[in-house]
Design a protein around this ligand. Sequence first.
Ligand code: BDP
Length: 665
Amino acid sequence: EDGYALWLRYAPLGGDALARLQGFAPRVERASGTTGGPMLAVAEAELARGLTSLGAPAKTKGSIRLDCPRAGGDGDGSFHIRAVDARTLVIAGADHRACLYGAFALLRELSLGRDPRAIELDERPAMPLRMLDHWDNVDGSVERGYAGRSIFDWWRLPDHLDRRLIDYARANASIGIDAVAVNNVNAPAIFLEPRFIAKLRRIADAWRPYGIRVFLSARFSAPRDIGGLATADPLDPAVRRWWKAKADEIYAAIPDFGGFLVKANSEGQPGPQDYGRSHADGANMLAAALGSRGTVIWRAFVYSAEDASDRAKQAYADFVPLDGQFADNVIVQVKNGPIDFQPREPFHPIFGAMPKTRLMFEGQITKEYLGFSTHLAFLAPLWKEALDADTGRGGTVAGMVRRGGMAGVANVGSDRNWTGGHFDQANWYAFGRLAWNPSLASEAVAREWAAQTLGRDAGFLDAVTAMMLGSRQAVVDYMTPLGLAHQMGTNHHYGPAPWVCDLARPEWNPCYYSRADAHGIGFDRTASGSDALAQYAPSVADEWRDPKAMDEDYLLWFHHLPWDWRTRSGRSLWAELVHRYDRGVAAVDAMAATWDAQRSHVDAERFADVAEDLKVQQREARWWRDASIAWWQSLNGLPLPAGAAPPAHDIDHYRALAFPEAPGI
Ligand code: BDP
């Protein structure tokens, strides 16, 4: 087993589960009124493949009836599954998309060993767009990619379509993903040229039966870059005509093209502000070009060089005043937290603050700031922390995106196991499942993933699920405990670099975020500091205002405190910080021990791969702990708390480390 099959292995059932499936022995049939089509064919082929693989006998008795009258897949994919009599299970919904999702859901249930005739599901997606964003470049490299090269072979497209792109679409369909942006948000205009539209068309045709619409990251300055115009001003009539013609050209090739994803006036990307126009002016101009055919997804990830007083405040300051100005087919895409995909951040204050705007949640599946693909970190608890958060403005974060969706920065590459680390598959899986239903529990998602992907033994699942659930907190503890953020190495974001303080823009420096000196540490975001707290609803801000009463997981995010400040454990802030680093290191050691005890439950290849990665993680957790402690000590001059091990090296050793070979830049 090399991991290529993902969670769609359909390993043969055994024991009672096999006996029940054999007793049912279904064949797949269509209800009268349901006619065939490419999407239904995918559902039928998947059921046939899955049932056979799980161990259903060739001689059939019962039936699985597909009752999805409308051809095509325009509906939202809601489906239900239930037994109508002792030998017939029906998958039903409005159109073929319902049967597609229903087929995968049924196979998931069967894979988990459920009694086929007792399966009853009634499901509808929580939000319309469940999307993956690829940060893949035209040359086959992947920004922040840790799973090899891009799966998109732009060189050989459109003549050759890699088989892997079909397997990719199938995996996405199995978890309800319905949209994919194929190229990096830092986009060159070349993707909008006719040559590339032909390539995109080939992909769109291949993915249509799997219910996936393609999106393109569009460079805002394209009318100048490739259109021969002197400007890209969104209010210029020639610019508007250019985009309209471009959209027409794309729709002629791809009638169900999803639309444009845009990173504008952010980290050097061009945008409407270059012409004194607002984000709404820019987004609405593109929205008019697409018309009712598609959607503009406009990213709120902005922070300007001019005002670096608190980066955490800038997206809100730029976007909230524009609430109500965006066209209906614009969605503003907001990262889970106000800075940048850190191991832990409070939820983004824009959620709840733009009631007249369709919003989308952006999470990062690829682990740019969480140890790349060599550290095991299950991210469902990270996303859930934001999704479940009550905004104090009439609902949770998940509720605020129900008219928009969720987009995850993909962690998929051409590595044989897709995601670099085997457990990173769980993050892809979890993102899709949560976008379908954000109220699923992290534990349930971890368990169903592990059962389908690794093995079904109950003791094994208990151990592996617990390991997964604690893994993200372990990363927080050994990298950035107590609400610290952005302490990673420059550019590649690999390893610790809390000492860095000399980069061109203040908010690129780890020292900007820690604000550590001889006296204390932490970023004051209360009224005495940047007052970022005031961007949250009063009920939420109240939770975080008092450092004595608040959840200490966010302590140094909101407060600058002296090193001898008393935490709730009774320890000084310094001792608590060291305690948490140590807790993180110990947690990784425990994960390695847990995994080691599972040898008999996992195939040798995947067992060894994971064991090797955990060794790297053990080593790097210590590195993070030691380098961080050595640095803080060089500032505060404090002795280590009693019993804490001294760092393995002095601070100069850690500062001298360099990694030109680090991937993903
Ligand atoms: C940052 C990444 C950078 C991305 C940027 C973004 O370091 O590579 O381009 O996010 O989201 O975290 O646009």
